[in-house]
Design a protein around this ligand. Structure first.
Ligand code: NAG
Ligand code: NAG
Ligand code: NAG
Length: 380
């Protein structure tokens, strides 16, 4: 009888090992968890209920960001397990500084949908500093603070964080990355109090880095994570092999000047269009597939950036669908990952595919056999 204990223990160890290996295989085959921006400036999109079901069942997308608080979409993501971020539109920012208004906003746009819908963040506007609108800019931090107070009074401040995404236009200089600073005026008057608020409420600093907008014919390989000669930062002696790392480290350096380098950085938007003006460089499905595929692998790899080693970045790709009603150049309407019929515009590793299903069922069968054998051995 005494001999059985070590035997059972070693069988248990083997079983645990097999389970660990099998789940690693399943994860490897199934794609990588990532966020997307669900923009809706279009007249050809599928109904939200269909979208929510498709994302949760067929893709590894586990987070979505909305540019508003569309109740139909919020309802659709109920019981999907997908984390949802909503937005207070720019024009409402002055109103949100009124605590009664903020509480009503939470009552209307948040409370009816939780906890079925997993709301994790509310963004106050988008790229507000780039609007150059003094009324919006001066009210931005007060609006964030007031919305947070409204969440505190509803006991929701631990599950729902308040932040706001910035374009890289907030930097006055970004090259080399270590020399980056926020624009003068915004640095002490807006970004310092904002970073104080984000740190105190344990919320992230959110940015929209787009190597697409920063690249030229000589830097396209650097922008889409292809092999290239890289860029050397003379101050830090660090080598940059891709533009996204350089953009993120520029943001990090600017934050560090103000003393807030402990605040988490989230990539609220980044992407690459698949169609543009015929003369436009690197705007095609193949390049979009390279950028977004390499992006997903890079931000989740745990490699981090030269100034932020070993980090992963919470990242939202722009965008889920093409938005055919957006104004501006052709590429603005062609950032989508999926067609309206829910097939991929180009290949990227975000599908739970059939291969995974097969691997999954084989692993399960294999595991069952091991468990049965373990039990039989234990009885012998
Ligand atoms: C604050 O908002 C409430 C609710 O919308 C409104 O009734 C009130 O007049 C507002 N107060 C101010 C000072 O604007
Ligand atoms: C990053 O990971 C490497 C390898 O595990 C380790 O040597 C290094 O100390 C880590 N750096 C930081 C800043 O954690
Ligand atoms: C989905 O839509 C795209 C774009 O319109 C089209 O090329 C493709 O054939 C469609 N796929 C299916 C399965 O309907």
């Amino acid at each position: 009888m005494e001999q059985k204990i070590p035997v059972v223990a070693s069988i248990l160890n083997t079983t645990i090992l097999v389970v660990v290996i099998a789940s690693a295989i399943i994860q490897g085959v199934q794609g990588i968890e990532i966020g997307v921006n669900y923009g809706t400036v279009a007249n050809n999109l599928p109904p939200p209920a269909k979208v929510a079901k498709f994302l949760s069942k067929s893709t590894t997308i586990n987070r979505v960001r909305l540019f508003d608080a569309n109740p139909e979409i919020l309802h659709a993501f109920g019981d999907t397990g997908i984390e949802v971020t909503i937005t207070v539109p720019n024009d409402q920012i002055p109103h949100i500084t009124n605590v009664t208004y903020a509480q009503q906003w939470v009552k209307t746009n948040v409370q009816p949908f939780i906890p079925k819908t997993k709301l994790i963040r509310i963004l106050v506007g988008n790229e507000v500093l780039s609007t150059a609108n003094k009324l919006l800019i001066s009210n931005l931090v007060p609006a964030m603070q007031t919305l947070h107070i409204a969440l505190v009074s509803a006991s929701l401040d631990h599950s729902i964080k308040v932040s706001t995404p910035h374009s890289l236009g907030i930097l006055s200089n970004s090259s080399p990355p270590s020399s980056a600073k926020f624009r003068q005026g915004y640095d002490t008057h807006v970004l310092k109090p904002m970073l104080n608020f984000l740190r105190d409420s344990n919320a992230p600093f959110m940015v929209n880095p787009y190597p697409f907008f920063g690249c030229s014919s000589t830097t396209i390989d650097y922008a889409v994570f292809r092999t290239n000669s890289g860029v050397f930062d003379d101050n830090t002696k660090l080598q940059y092999t891709n533009m996204l790392d350089a953009q993120l480290d520029a943001v990090y350096s600017a934050i560090k000047v103000l003393g807030f380098e402990d605040v988490e950085i989230v990539i609220a938007e980044t992407g690459w269009p698949s169609v543009g003006d015929p003369a436009q460089l690197g705007v095609d499905p193949k390049t979009a597939s390279e950028y977004n595929g390499n992006l997903i692998r890079h931000v989740t790899s745990g490699v981090g950036t030269p100034l932020m080693p070993n980090r992963t970045f919470d990242t939202y790709i722009f965008a889920l669908f093409d938005e055919n009603l957006k104004p501006g150049p052709i590429y603005e309407r062609n950032f989508g990952l999926f067609w309206p019929n829910m097939t991929l515009v180009y290949d990227i590793p975000i599908m739970r595919n059939n291969v995974a299903g097969v691997a999954n069922s084989h692993c399960k069968a294999f595991l069952s056999i091991i468990v049965v054998l373990s039990l039989i051995c234990a009885w012998l």
